[in-house]
Design a protein around this ligand. Structure first.
Ligand code: IVH
Length: 674
């Protein structure tokens, strides 16, 4: 069926207008039409595309909803290394840098500099082929990043096609680098919304930006107020403009976002003066910035200066120290973590640090409080340095009014009241009650979190309700929840109850690596879990692994290997796994790549009787997985009989034929190779 050319023309015109107005609104912050008129254009386009689905193109503004990803992000190799930046603290470090490069190349003495705010966000790399946005990646290790195209497509300031303005020439192939950020005011607003919904506020804009872009569901990314500024061309099929200043203008000419804030300095002295002046002024910027980047403006010279390690010689980050402010310590709260560790948390009189309102700060541990003699009611110094959580630097004892008394750490768990203990020679205090409700809550919060089972709708507030109402005593109990259990809880209607139960049940299909993360084994984060799931194809295989086998996995050291084994040895955990299995929460990953011979290769097994921990099916499955063959009846060809309690005639037969007999334990040893 051919479409009326007029329709195609209208669609193309609508897309052009929408892209232009979105650019005016989102990138330039200078809208030319009302939101209402914009919506009219957008809705008309949607209507036409619905009528003519064959005319929908990947770069249509209606296609910003990114596709959901199934598991992890694809790895992508960058066309050129995405370099880092050398740091200099203060003016002397900057002058030293200048001397070094001036000695290398006399042209440095005559160059000018371009200065830009050093944005504190997540580096991203955008590729455009023939004007079409084809790939968006994280920096990763600078050589290989992760493909987050679907998420980046949801950012309104990233054009799906460039140029925005007609008549601008764009190279066939061009790769940009920039930084994705969340402004301070957007961050505050986001946190107010989180709090209003009973969710835990985010810690800082940087982590929130990074986390938002590494969502497997772009619909979540789309809800986050992400912005971005580009500042570098990594690769282009055409020559670049001669200076960094001209490169920024060139990037902007395509309709891509660049930071309007920048300074030109004719000499290094001038550059240093600008950096010094911005030390306080930077707090008025819309976003967090922990420094100013000084760049050699002459692009050829910048390139010719080359690289040291991972840093280009031609640029330096002039870094500012973290900012300190004074406020009052209102209270010291004690949190009980997943493993029972007690951590003190400072509750502060809210105070703005670098434009972000800080209400809490870490106090590290109880020794720290004692050493610094920090007391409730004290005036304290709080520091926030870019990406880290604010922390208390010191108390100001001269400002005491005698009402402050030295702090005594709790002797009992603030949640369950059980006595607390300290491991010899360690700083941390633990609540040793295995059924402490606070530990259970943290455990469940971790289990359902985004990087783990990712159960949406199970926030901190609901976890609290479930534990307090005694509806769950372990993570496995989540899967036994019925709608009727939830209806009695505050703010739970039938719809919310149904959604939650469905979300929990749906998480049974999560990958093995997510379940391993969710178990909360000490030291085992998402990356290690992923690697473990590549080697051990289910939780059984992981639980049988020897320390040596575990340490063969990339990133697993001796301590982690021992912690993994200790976790699987724990009786409560064994029981938990058994329940997961019965509940059908038993993901498997692809079987390990068969390298060389399998331990049971070429051997025939018969299984009989009741084994201590494995069911017959599990034992058989285990044998097959490691290359063995399972047969139904004993014969001369049988190599081993795996024997449990109350066996039948198979045992007698095997005995008569002199076939070696294995216990479950022996079988596992055979698999492990000893
Ligand atoms: S230039 C090879 N300019 O800071 C050129 N970097 O701590 C090096 N950053 O990894 C990058 N704002 O991600 C440059 N205006 C800016 C920047 C900037 C933030 C980031 C960048 C870099 C990190 C180094």
């Amino acid at each position: 069926m051919s479409t009326d050319p007029k329709v195609l023309q209208e669609i193309e015109e609508l897309r052009r207008q929408i892209n232009y107005h979105s650019y005016r609104y989102n990138t330039l912050d200078q809208p030319e039409i009302s939101d209402y008129d914009y919506d009219l254009l957008f809705n008309r386009l949607k209507e036409l595309e619905a009528l003519h689905p064959d005319l929908v193109t990947s770069d249509s503004p209606t296609q910003r909803v990114g596709n959901k990803l199934s598991e992890k992000f694809r790895k992508v190799r960058h066309p050129a290394p995405i370099l880092s930046l050398a740091n200099g603290f203060g003016s002397q470090a900057t002058l030293d840098w200048y001397d070094r490069i001036a000695r290398l190349d006399r042209r440095v003495l005559k160059t000018d500099f371009l200065l830009e705010p050093k944005l504190d966000g997540l580096t991203i790399v955008l590729t455009y082929e023939n004007g079409l946005f084809t790939l968006g990646a994280t920096r990763g290790d600078g050589i290989v990043g992760e493909d987050i195209t679907e998420n980046l497509k949801t950012l309104p300031t990233i054009p799906l096609r460039i140029p925005i303005k007609q008549g601008v020439h764009v190279p066939d192939h061009i790769v940009f680098r920039g930084e994705s950020i969340i402004t301070k005011s957007d961050f505050e607003k986001l946190n107010r919304e989180m709090e209003a919904n009973g969710q835990k506020p985010y810690l800082n804009p940087r982590n929130t930006a990074a986390g938002s872009l590494r969502q497997l569901n772009p619909a979540i990314t789309a809800q986050r107020p992400l912005k971005l500024y580009l500042y570098q061309i990594v690769e282009s099929s055409e020559p670049l403009p001669p200076t960094q200043e001209a490169i920024l203008d060139y990037i902007a000419s395509f309709g891509l976002p660049v930071n309007p804030l920048r300074w030109k300095a004719a000499t290094i002295q001038e550059a240093v003066e600008i950096c010094e002046a911005q030390a306080t002024n930077r707090h008025s910027w819309a976003y967090d910035a922990d420094g100013v980047v000084i760049k050699i403006n002459d692009h050829q010279l910048y390139e010719d200066l080359g690289i040291v390690g991972k840093d280009p010689r031609g640029a330096l980050a002039y870094k500012y120290p973290g900012e300190e402010v004074e406020t009052t310590l209102l209270d010291i709260q004690v949190n009980v973590g997943r493993t029972g560790v007690l951590t003190p948390l400072a509750v502060l009189e809210p105070v703005a640090i670098g434009g972000v309102i800080v209400r809490q700060a870490t106090l590290h541990n109880f020794d720290f409080i004692a050493e610094k003699d920090i007391r409730v009611g004290d005036r304290v110094l709080v520091k926030r340095a870019g990406e880290v959580i604010p922390y208390i630097v010191a108390a100001l004892p001269e400002k005491r009014d005698n009402s402050q008394v030295p702090y005594t750490p709790p002797t009992n768990c603030p949640s369950c009241g059980a006595p607390v203990e300290q491991d010899k020679g360690m700083v941390a205090w633990y609540c040793i009650n295995a059924s402490c409700p606070a530990q259970l809550k943290r455990n469940i919060e971790h289990f359902v979190s985004r990087g783990a089972m990712d159960i949406i709708g199970l926030g901190e507030q609901i976890v609290k309700q479930l534990v307090d109402a005694n509806l769950i005593r372990s993570t496995a109990d989540l899967y036994r929840l019925r709608e009727s259990d939830l209806l009695g809880l505050d703010k739970f209607g039938p719809k919310k109850a149904r959604n939650l139960v469905e979300a929990i049940q749906a998480s049974k299909t999560q990958s093995l690596s997510r379940l391993i993360t969710a178990l909360g084994i000490r030291g085992v984060g998402e990356v290690a879990a992923e690697k473990l799931s590549e080697t051990f194809h289910d939780l059984d295989a992981l639980s049988y692994a020897t320390t040596e086998e575990l340490q063969m996995v990339e990133g697993v050291g001796q301590i982690m290997a021992e912690d993994i084994q200790a976790w699987f040895k724990e009786a409560d955990n064994k029981e938990l796994l058994e329940t997961f299995r019965q509940l059908g929460l038993w993901p498997v990953s692809n079987p390990p790549e068969k390298e060389g011979e399998q331990p049971l290769e070429g051997l025939n097994f018969v299984v009989t009787g009741t084994l201590p921990t494995l069911s017959r099916e599990q034992a058989e499955e285990l044998i097959r997985e490691y290359g063995g063959k399972v047969v139904g009846s004993v014969s001369k060809k049988t190599d081993y009989l795996v024997l449990g309690e109350n066996p039948g005639s198979k045992h007698t037969k095997a005995f008569q034929l002199g076939i070696p007999i294995l216990s479950e334990e022996d079988l596992k040893r055979l698999i492990a190779g000893d």
